[in-house]
Design a protein around this ligand. Structure first.
Ligand code: PLP
Length: 401
């Protein structure tokens, strides 16, 4: 466990970690869940361990500190990822009367799923929308134009799955502008996978959010994940790393406003470059068929970043940039929605109309949207990707014609 909570000073400020550590030293014979029976660190709700569903001890103290750091009226720890946060945020918005939401693409698949499950209508224009949902930062480190969005006067929801670390910098941070927002703590801060936070700016929204977390969160939250969320939010900023990354000048490298997303341009050679680097033990977050995207965090070691730079120099020489053909969306006539659907081999799907969202995993944004014509370029991207969503054993769902 210590490996995941390596910074002593941060650890010392953490309520949940302190509880777990103190009881890990005591005699404990487990006749409770979980079934591994180790009885320490990964425990359940016991007389001393508080309860995420109705906290009054160390978890309540952690949530209070988190809300204060994030500038929220109320923050809720999530152990079910930002996906749960997105569902909670949209549920809370609906509970205030929202029916239509302007989705600013790119948005994660969980947003489409939550809209469908909650009966909210997604719109792709601000006209007629009751609320706005944007992703910030996006997968490439772009920050939303919060001031312009705020000026619309509409309820603002921000999916900050990739922006938990930005609370250090209020100019770029969702919580400085949003009414409801998610911090995907595990993606850009040193939390265990699935650690996230959902927050509300006002008392009224906080009450709706409380109702939402009661519905969407698991009733068996992981204590190590909860402890890691508190630890990660309290983890210090890494200004030396930020300066090094921002000072990295190379024609093939781009760093947008968010320094934790380092984009390297390879074009057609991106998948090969990824393989080359992986053979050397270096793993990027994802390859979109054009860029290889490396994700950093305040816990990235300076020496690892320097190694990456050295290795990238060689990789750029070995794999020059070869431009790819832009892949536009080609919407098909809506009439197809009346038709039945069938699974066909991806390789034989050119020109068919896709019947379900699918794409690369990550970033889990639809490369092909339901109702879109399938092109050879998109087939090639889905074929080359190591991980995808929405496909089934090399087959894609299309409308019958
Ligand atoms: C923008 C965005 N939102 C939400 C999610 C869902 O996050 P999680 O995987 O933590 O549930 C992701 C995950 O990749 C994401 O990229």
């Amino acid at each position: 466990m210590r490996q995941f909570f390596a910074d002593k000073q941060t650890r010392a400020k953490c309520h949940i970690y302190a509880m777990l550590e103190s009881y890990a030293k005591k005699r404990h014979i487990s006749f409770h869940t979980p079934g591994h029976k180790i009885g320490k660190w990964d425990i359940t709700e016991l007389s001393y361990s508080d309860n995420l569903a109705c906290p009054s001890g160390c978890i309540a103290a952690a949530e209070r500190d988190i809300a204060q750091i994030l500038g929220a009226k109320k923050s809720f720890i999530l152990t079910d990822g930002s996906t749960c946060g997105v569902f909670c945020m949209l549920y809370a918005a609906k509970a205030t009367g929202v029916q239509t939401v302007y989705l600013i693409e790119p948005v994660h698949i969980s947003v489409y799923n939550a809209c469908a499950a909650l009966g909210l209508t997604p719109l792709f224009t601000v006209d007629g929308a009751d609320a706005i949902l944007c992703t910030s930062p996006d997968y490439y480190g772009n920050i939303a134009d919060f001031k312009a969005l705020k000026a619309t006067g509409k309820l603002l929801l921000v999916d900050g799955a990739h922006g938990g670390h930005l609370h250090y910098n209020k100019e770029l941070y969702a919580g400085a502008y949003a009414d409801l927002w998610v911090d995907g703590v595990h993606k850009s801060l040193p939390a265990l996978t699935q650690g996230a936070v959902v927050s509300a700016k006002t008392e009224t929204l906080a009450e709706k959010l409380r109702e939402a977390v009661g519905i969407f969160r698991t009733t068996s939250p992981s204590y190590p994940v909860m402890a890691s969320v508190e630890y990660a939010v309290k983890y210090p900023r890494n200004e030396r790393l930020e300066t090094l990354v921002k000072g990295y000048k190379n024609d093939r490298v781009r760093v947008n406003e968010d320094y934790t997303k380092l984009l390297t341009l390879f074009g057609k050679n991106a998948f090969q470059a990824q393989k080359y680097l992986e053979n050397k033990g270096v793993y990027a977050e994802f390859c979109d068929g054009n860029n290889l995207c490396f994700y950093l965090s305040p816990a990235t070691k300076l020496r690892d970043f320097k190694k990456l730079k050295t290795l990238l120099k060689k990789t750029f020489e070995k794999y020059p940039y070869e431009p790819i053909k832009e892949t536009q969306r080609i919407p098909a006539p809506l009439v197809f929605e009346e038709n039945g659907t069938e699974w066909v081999a991806l390789s034989a799907s050119e020109n068919r109309v896709c019947a379900a969202n699918c794409g690369l995993f990550p970033p889990c944004t639809p490369l092909l949207q339901k109702g879109e014509r399938i092109t050879q370029e998109k087939i090639a991207l889905l074929t080359n990707a190591k991980n995808v969503f929405g496909l089934n054993d090399g087959r894609i769902l299309v409308y019958e014609e």
